[in-house]
Design a protein around this ligand. Structure first.
Ligand code: CP
Ligand code: NVA
Length: 339
């Protein structure tokens, strides 16, 4: 039995709203739910519970994880977007929150501005879950930390990881803050123009002073990745950003691309992680366009050689989205015993 902080009724908007104990609990619960499912002994804890899933940006993993987790736990969901519903153009976020609260037991929201998911949570009477905003990607963090804990060779020591790439967006921010809360050795490796804001860096250092985390924010790739067990990256241009930033972003990040040279700077033990989707080949429209225009024909943020190597644990990471999102739903919405 896992010691259980009571998260019933809580929103899940940003990592910094949670203590280390609460995040550890959610990761441990996900591990338990994953084991139950693998053993064929999954117990349904969300029978009859309904969750509205709003996706104002596209999604594969987050959407399938919410929909599957809810169905596997006996609940039901409705997936909405602003193109096929009234949200945004005909109905405000505040009114949408109040309507959905009359029908559903929880609301997931994916969109751009973090203030929107906060507004939704202010007006909703049910828990609201952040499925990604420009600033934070908290459900991804639970999956990333579960995956690192599953793969670390030294489970009794703090995790060490580097995030290399565009560090001023959701993934860079979230890995920095979550690592700071959970006491990790966190390296943010990026050109200065793409570092997390000063405010987020200061917040990370405050959290680290309490947890014992080690925070490094550096432009120096070799120093940044030296000795880490996990090397993370993400796309260089995120959803919602204009296409014309690609040229400037490639100029800034070309030397930070994860290839076998960077993995060997980290060390022979290093594993590669990416929240996905990834531009690692020319099998996507965008991958082809970037290759044609900028000559990056063996991957943009990561080479195929690394992406497809034994060091890559990206599909374990993707699977863990299901188990960790299920843990958030069970912890916040189940009425009976969780464990
Ligand atoms: N990692 C992630 O959030 O993937 P999707 O955009 O496919 O949901
Ligand atoms: N930074 C990426 C993450 C995708 C899961 C984006 O926001 O598009």
């Amino acid at each position: 039995m896992i010691s259980r902080p009571d998260l019933r009724g809580r929103d899940f908007l940003a990592e910094q709203d949670f203590t280390a104990e609460e995040l550890d609990y959610l990761i441990d619960l996900a591990r338990q739910l994953k084991a139950e499912r693998a053993a064929g002994t999954e117990r349904q804890r969300l029978i009859g519970r309904g969750i509205a899933l709003i996706f104002e940006k596209t999604s594969t993993r987050t959407r399938i994880s919410f929909e599957s987790a809810i169905a596997q736990q006996g609940g039901f969901s409705t997936t909405l977007d602003s193109a096929t519903s009234q949200i945004g153009h005909k109905e405000s976020i505040a009114d949408t929150a109040r309507v959905l609260s009359r029908v559903y037991d929880g609301i997931e929201y994916r969109g751009s501005d973090h203030a929107i998911v906060e507004e939704l949570a202010t007006y909703a009477d049910v828990p609201v879950f952040n499925g990604l905003t420009d600033t934070w990607h908290p459900t991804q963090m639970l999956a990333d930390f579960l995956t690192m804990r599953e793969h670390t060779a030294t489970p009794d020591q703090p995790l060490s990881f580097a995030y290399v790439g565009d560090a001023r967006f959701n993934m860079g921010n979230s890995l920095l803050i979550t690592g700071a809360i959970l006491g990790s050795d966190v390296r943010i490796v990026a050109p200065r123009a793409l570092w997390p804001t000063q405010e987020i860096q200061e917040r990370a250092r405050e959290l680290a002073a309490r947890s014992g985390a080690r925070i490094t924010v550096t432009e120096d790739l070799r120093e940044g990745v030296a000795g880490v067990e996990f090397v993370h990256t993400d796309v260089w241009v995120s959803m919602g950003e204009p296409k014309d930033v690609w040229a400037e972003r490639i100029e800034l990040l070309r030397d930070y691309r994860i290839d076998s040279r960077v993995m060997s700077m980290a060390g022979p033990q290093a594993k590669f992680m990416h929240c996905l989707p990834a531009y690692h080949d020319t099998d996507t429209e965008l991958g082809r366009a970037i290759a044609a225009e900028f000559g990056l024909d063996d991957g943009v943020e990561v080479s195929s050689e690394v992406f497809d190597s034994p060091a890559s644990i990206v599909f374990d990471q993707a699977e863990n989205r299901l188990h960790t999102i299920k843990a958030v739903l069970v912890a916040t919405l189940s009425e009976g015993e969780v464990d």
